[in-house]
Design a protein around this ligand. Structure first.
Ligand SMILES: Nc1ncnc2c1ncn2[C@@H]1O[C@H](COP(=O)(O)OP(=O)(O)OP(=O)(O)O)[C@@H](O)[C@H]1O
Ligand code: SF4
Ligand SMILES: [Mg+2]
Length: 333
């Protein structure tokens, strides 16, 4: 089988066969299986899937943040600019992590320290990356606050987190993530805690920053609508596996996996104020539930012979379009 995305673009991140397991009293349960993904400089890759599909664990594995959790890397390689992160010494890895990649999380209030002014927190983040005087770091903090479009940065730099709105706090978190001028930014549900209007503004900001800086961005969301608006390429995950991956336009014009279709049907219309996640019946199985064959089969209207016994392989529908399904949707379904 051809490995997805095995082309010759300016590869920043190239993950091959990543497999993660969680240690439990009953043994090691798989949480992410045989995951291969890549991301180029200047590209935005969206990872989408319902809660519990393994999106965050994948990003934590890239960032080297699984230590202290029961989650283990069981197999695979994570190449970042040609070096396998999983085989670097802890010291080498820290250097890459600190300077070249950065992550923003869902809830800015839990990541910002409530008792310190935001300017001081940004200054500290800057000085972690490069030695400079406090005064120079404060100038750089002002620059970063301007970059993330905080209104009146000079007036806001000495505010405490609680004095800012949710959207402004998320902008501060983004400023801190940019402190080391990372080549890769991972944004894990960066707008989920925000209302729809602010969410759109933050996504627009991420897109603009990506264009200005040329960094690669991995954007994680359970909302295919959010991913669709923002990303060049999309990987759909279900229960620890990529089930479909393609360029964003390609995916929407020619989606082949029933789960992708279900996620699309779950996006509420603009004037609709209801949760349409019920468009996919049932729920993501928990880790301790053993499911043979395609993990989506208990919820899939297309399930047929073999779906409950044989794991479908990732098959190519076009050079950059892959899906894992025994009975894929027809091209214009
Ligand atoms: N520290 C942990 N210990 C044990 N199990 C974990 C841990 N972190 C995650 N898991 C389990 O691994 C699976 C994948 O979790 P993960 O957080 O990656 O999902 P996710 O796709 O990011 O979901 P969400 O959309 O809710 O953020 C879930 O079943 C989760 O319960
Ligand atoms: S393999 Fe079968 S159960 Fe799985 S998504 Fe395809 S049709 Fe549905
Ligand atoms: Mg998550």
């Amino acid at each position: 089988m051809t490995r997805p995305n095995s082309d010759t673009r300016d590869l920043l991140l190239d993950m091959r066969g990543l497999t993660l397991g969680v240690a439990t009293p009953d043994g090691i349960l798989p949480v992410v299986q045989d995951l291969s993904l890549s991301l180029s400089t200047g590209e935005t890759l969206g990872i989408v899937g319902e809660s519990g599909c393994g999106k965050s664990l994948t990003s934590l594995a890239i960032m080297g943040l699984l230590e202290g959790t029961p989650v283990r890397v069981l197999a695979g390689e994570i190449f970042f600019r040609g070096r396998d992160l999983l085989r670097l010494s802890p010291r080498e890895r820290r250097a890459v992590m600190g300077n070249e990649m950065s992550m923003i999380f869902q809830e800015p209030m839990t990541s910002l320290n409530p008792v310190y002014r935001i300017g001081d927190q940004i200054v500290e983040a800057i000085r972690e990356h490069q030695p400079m005087s406090r005064r120079a770091a404060r100038d750089r903090a002002l620059e970063l606050l301007t970059m993330v479009r905080i209104p009146d940065p000079a007036g806001r730099i000495d505010s405490f987190p609680h004095q800012l709105s949710g959207g402004q706090r998320q902008r501060v978190m983004i400023a801190m993530a940019l402190a080391g001028s990372p080549r890769l930014l991972i944004a894990d549900e960066p707008t989920t805690a925000l209302d729809v209007t602010v969410q759109a503004q933050i996504l627009k900001l991420i897109v603009e920053l990506q264009k200005d800086t040329g960094m690669g961005v991995m954007l994680i969301s359970h909302d295919l609508g959010v991913i669709a608006e923002t990303c060049d390429r999309i990987a759909v995950m279900y229960r620890g596996r990529v089930v479909e991956t393609a360029g964003a336009r390609e995916l929407f014009q020619d989606m082949r996996h029933p789960y992708t279709r279900g996620l699309l049907d779950s996006i509420p219309e603009a004037d609709e104020d209801v949760d349409r996640l019920s468009a996919i019946p049932g729920r993501v199985p928990t880790l301790d539930e053993t499911i043979t064959g395609c993990a989506f089969h208990p919820r899939c209207a297309r399930a047929g012979a073999g779906c409950d016994s044989d794991q479908p392989a990732l098959a190519a529908f076009a050079p950059t379009h892959f899906a894992r399904c025994h009975y894929p949707l027809e091209p214009d379904a």
